[in-house]
Ligand binder design. Structure first.
Ligand code: GLC
Length: 549
């Protein structure tokens, strides 16, 4: 379509690091593709489908944890940071995957979980055995309880997954776990913990990974004395965003910088204050962080504009590129969010669960959101299945639910399983190619909706009206057009319900979040549209990429 513009590399210059503009695809290995037919996604399945990802046009893959784990929290409970869980494959297969991905031009970002490990981690097991007062227990947060017999937790902190953040051991001590009891928090005041993670970083860097996604980045350091949260009104919060966390990331950055090629960190940071957020992205700390305000925002032009402006402003202060995220393995898929009356995302999933969903509307908006996100300055994330227009599976039978949030909340929070349902690849019958034919077991979450028959990769491929081809074309154009990715943007005056901005290279993006069609600027050619245009006007809930003459 656009033949005569300079290539992305020409415009950006070879010196621009990839992570400033990359489109990164999140693989949740358990649900991506099952190579050996045991019903769980694995490295073999992923290797078999790398062609899909290279053909999609993304630049890198972020893999949710694949380490040895009892899977109490889908792998975010790591028992061995230097090996692969047998359910996913072997370390040799991981190395082969890294090599093959690289040969296809795809970088690999692995997930690092430093706040906590699995209760099965040998160091935690040793701490349990060694008993109170032992150096082994110093690696975690063990305390005596309150109350006459120490029968009450040492403080009032709640676990993010429901219930108290403390569990009691057989000898009557308590240990801290900000998430599930199977996920004891490391004590980052201990030098051995620090040294261990520097070594883990090196281990994966030596294997050739291009970066790390850091799980709950701001939780590592806790306030001295672990004070109660009630009545604690000053910042920072006792269990997150403590000042001491920054020196940890500075030490990690030093290690990373000793490796050749551009390697990078991306922080998981649910920090709402843009100033506090940006502090993690100072030049000697982390490179990028997920910017969740877009994901949380309702489908509303004013809110989107505010989020975009606040994001760009905060990142500019520290010279970091913004990132954009619409969905991930923890949140309700955006096709579903955008099809509800309340289109925002919040962690009060219980209240939102089961609200009526207009999937056609959600899908239409998801298409528009993809064009918006991919046109904004910085890098962008695609969660597996976003490119297929998958929706949240809300009617999972209770006995199949696995998320600890479901179990810990006594069934109040329906949890995150609905966005983790195995991907549909091809064919007319479930599991739609997720597992090979004649698999020995059904998929681990065997609830793919019938409607996904039309959303398999095979069903959508080659159909220009499909979600998949919209993503492919957008990603192809993004590589070709010189103004996209990192760089400036400029807003045009528009009616309140419309977003209208240009990027360098005469690129323009218009998104209509209103109820009426909006006429498009004259002297422009359409490059790609999320919905059919009528008389050069953009219908509601649609986006278009234009070239200005
Ligand atoms: C992060 C992960 C989430 C996990 C939690 C605890 O938020 O994204 O999936 O449950 O950390 O590790």
């Amino acid at each position: 379509m656009v033949e005569d513009v300079p290539t992305y590399e020409d415009a950006q210059g070879k010196a621009t690091p990839w992570w400033r503009s990359a489109v990164i695809y999140q693989v949740y290995p358990r649900s991506f593709a099952d190579g050996n037919g045991d019903g769980t996604g694995d490295i073999a399945g992923l290797r078999g489908r790398l062609g899909h990802l290279a053909g999609l046009g993304v630049d890198a893959l972020w893999l949710s944890p694949w380490y040895v784990s009892p899977l109490a929290d889908g792998g975010y409970d790591v028992a061995d940071y230097r090996d692969i869980d047998p359910a996913f494959g072997t370390l040799d297969e991981a190395e082969a995957l890294i090599r093959e991905a690289h040969s296809l031009g795809l970088r690999i970002v692995v997930d690092l979980v430093p706040n906590h490990c699995s209760e099965q981690h040998p160091w935690f097991q040793a701490a349990l055995t060694a008993g109170p007062g032992s150096p082994e227990r110093e690696l975690f947060h063990f305390r005596t309880g309150r109350g006459e017999d120490g029968e009450l937790p040492p403080n009032d902190w709640p676990s993010h997954f429901g219930g108290p953040a403390w569990s009691r051991t057989a000898d009557g001590s308590w240990y801290l776990h900000m998430f599930a009891p199977e996920q004891p928090d490391w004590n980052w005041e201990n030098p051995e913990v620090r040294a261990e993670f520097l070594s883990v970083l090196r281990f994966w860097l030596d294997l050739g990974v291009d970066g790390f996604r850091i799980d709950v980045t701001d939780h590592l350091v806790k306030e001295d004395g672990l004070p109660d949260a009630a009545g604690h009104h000053h910042r920072p919060h006792p269990w997150r965003d403590q000042e001491g966390v920054h020196e940890i990331y500075r030490s990690w950055r030093k290690v990373l910088d000793t490796y050749p090629d551009d390697r990078a960190f991306v922080a998981e940071l649910w920090e709402q204050d843009p100033g506090r957020f940006a502090r993690y992205l100072r030049p000697d700390e982390l490179h990028t962080a997920f910017n969740f305000p877009l994901l949380r925002s309702p489908w509303d032009a004013r809110s989107f504009r505010e989020v975009i402006n606040a994001t760009l402003h905060a990142h500019a202060l520290v010279g970091a590129p913004a990132t954009w995220v619409l969905s991930n393995h923890d949140t309700t898929r955006h096709v579903t969010r955008y099809g509800r009356a309340d289109t925002s995302y919040g962690f009060d999933r219980a209240a939102r669960h089961g609200q009526p969903v207009d999937l056609a509307l959600g899908t239409r908006r998801a298409r528009a959101a993809a064009l918006l996100m991919l046109a904004l300055p910085g890098s962008a994330y695609v969660y597996q299945g976003d490119e297929l227009g998958l929706w949240e599976v809300e009617d999972i039978p209770d006995h199949l639910r696995q998320d600890p949030t479901w179990l810990r909340s006594g069934g109040l929070d329906r949890g995150r399983d609905g966005c983790r349902v195995p991907l549909p690849w091809e064919g007319e019958e479930r599991p739609f190619g997720f597992s090979p034919e004649r698999a020995s077991a059904a998929p681990w979450l065997d609830v793919q909706p019938d409607g996904w028959r039309e959303l398999t990769v095979a069903a959508q491929a080659g159909d220009p009206a499909s979600h998949l081809e919209l993503y492919r074309e957008a990603l192809r154009l993004r590589r070709t057009l010189r103004g996209l990715g990192d760089g400036p943007m400029h807003w045009h005056a528009s009616t309140p319900d419309v977003l209208d901005f240009t990027r360098p290279g005469a690129f323009r993006c218009v998104v209509n979040l209103g109820q009426e069609p909006t006429s498009l600027p004259t002297e422009t050619t359409v490059l790609l549209a999320s919905a059919e245009l009528v008389d050069h006007a953009l219908p509601p809930d649609a986006a278009v990429w234009l070239r200005e003459h």
